[in-house]
Design a binder for this molecule. Sequence first.
Ligand code: ATP
Length: 751
Amino acid sequence: MKDYYYSQSVEEVLRQLEVSPDTGLSEEEVEQRLTQYGPNKLKSKKQKTLLAMFFEQFKSIMVVILLAAAALSGVIGIMEGEGLVESYVILAILIINAIIGMVQEKKAQSSLDALNQMSSPHSKVLRDGQVMEVTSTDIVPGDIVVLDTGDIIPADLRLIEAVNMKVQESALTGESVPVEKNAQVLDAVELPLGDRDNMAFSTSTVTYGRGKGVVVGTGMGTEVGKIANMLQNTEDTETPMSKRLGQLGKVLGYVALGICVFIFIIGVLYGNDWLHMLMMAVSLAVAAIPEGLQIVSTIVLAIGVQRLVKMNAIVRTLPSVETLGSVTVICSDKTGTLTQNKMTVVEGWTGGNRIDFRNPPLPEELDNDEQTLLQSSLLCTDAHLKSLPDGKYETAGDPTEIAIVNVALGLKIDKNALERRFPRLNEVPFDSERKRMSTINRMEDGTLRLNLKGGLDETLAVTTHILVHGKIRPITEEDRETIRKENQQMAQSALRVLAVAYKDLDTMPADVNAETVEKDLVFVGLLGMIDPARPEVLEAVRICKTAGIRPVMITGDHKVTAVAIADEIGIYNQGDKAVTGTDIEAMDDDTLYRNVEEYSVYARVAPEHKVRIVKAWQSQGDIVAMTGDGVNDAPALKQADIGVSMGIVGTEVAKEASDVILTDDNFATIVSAVEEGRRIYDNILKVIQFLLSANVGEVLLIFIASIVNIGNPLTPILILWINLVTDSLPALALSMDPANKDVMTRQPTDP
Ligand code: ATP
């Protein structure tokens, strides 16, 4: 029966799962179901036990040689009547070494586990009547999950609400384009997964719209769980550097072996006792093999990753720490990363008049056009407004929209009251490709009105009329020119400009989408909002420049606004150029690649352009860090050498695709992370140089001693002491070294 939730009505499913769609489960109920069903995660590979880690330490060639040394010492000891002390000491050191190795490996593993935990996906659920964010593993059957664009579906859901919702489920169904979902009951049994339109499956992503669903399966009980063994991702914590070090170790080992054979032969030719010469050769082998080399880089990286967390950067894979240090270009979003994402409406324009919202008019002074501007823009926002008992208000949602809600509040227009008067019946959500959003509201006289807001060009493109002093007339080329000039003026003062339009509808179209409703609109006016730059960004941009890193701005905003802000924070310099998404579309790859270095600002960019921009920089040999937050940013984040997602405003999809998650969404943090990456890289190099030079010293000493035939200066025990005690502690200290003074004043190192 369990498989057929799609053929049951929403009420039936909710009844079976014993949950109310208005309040969700209670915390006690969740607790109890969690014990009953277990956490919502796929069975992962078994963790290595401590014992297995201990025995793994004995797998190295070093240990084999040491065992040989112990055996030889035993033979020599017995022959010369000195007993087995030396053999026991070697064996004891071997065991201690294995314990140290095991503890270090365990520590590195734990810090990586903690990191995995931190970057694991979150979901919004309704519990005890409140929408809250929880780690997706804590979700239980019966939970009501709230879905928005960019969310990863955390479990198998029977949808109970779907507003224009599209889901990408290609991994499960093979269907490459996102499929439209609804909450209607399906009158069929045994439907293939791809036809279950009222279900959403774990690990799929919401690419458009929003919805709600009740959890019908978690963990291994989900559709993905059934094929989990196929998907079992192999966790590879070995980094390119540690692999290369492993190879280096092997080469050195062979060289050492060659030298061993050589001094053994020389010694015997000198007429020395062959047993003692064998001992000397073995000592040399112990001295020469740089056993700590490979593990050291992993440990230094793991420690570095922990420090990065404290600096607000969660690095999701160890290799990215290495790459961070070699970044040469940082492509950063503007809104929220370079700026504060605290928007305030400061200017407006309707029917030929400017409005100064810094010194706002009194509510009763607003004329018809101004009222329409505020009303249409306000009805077309998803931001939430909550009035608090003390008469104050609390807002939540997209900062662009919060700015509108706030400016209206200042003029005594309450969004909630307005929405009660003119309820929303339908909508076409905002998306960053269309750069518009619209809602359909019912007016008091029962007529329908479409309200739209969006980027200026995108709005003018669907406009045929204009509202001037309460009258609607066809829009002229002259009107458009005036509006563009007004927009230019606002944008030059770094304002983000939104255009507002509306249209009265006779009937509700059968199919509400951008094509059917966003056309033939009446232009109402403009709203200009400031979003101040983050103060710390100026310094971060300056550091980038001394460090040979090129900061670049990529934004969905208007070119003039973008350049004004880029200029203010130092990203845009004399002689630099700015391009728009449309310009990029017109260029072929060749032209873009050739010119990419001239552009510091990429404006009106849609997510799909980002991939081309990354590729263009990479074609010039650059190591690119690229930020992103939306669901469509995932391909660019993957293409970039370092994909950086936003911890606060980023979607789960973007986080999943990224290498680094910024917990404070701040550009300055990327720069600090690069600095930390460089420090870590430097320190690994220092440790390697130190360990290698110590080994070379020992080898040379034994080698020369055997050539001039003065006997064995270093026994295996002495060498072990040097390698394990006097070497490893300073090496550990070196790995913690603070950054060199020049770390951000020199050019990036070629990886
Ligand atoms: P950045 O890429 O720098 O972070 P952004 O994320 O603000 O910029 P988008 O969110 O894609 O870029 O916005 C692009 C444009 O779409 C804006 O300049 C604005 O004109 C318009 N826009 C943004 N938010 C909304 C919204 N909620 N409703 C309508 N239009 C919007």
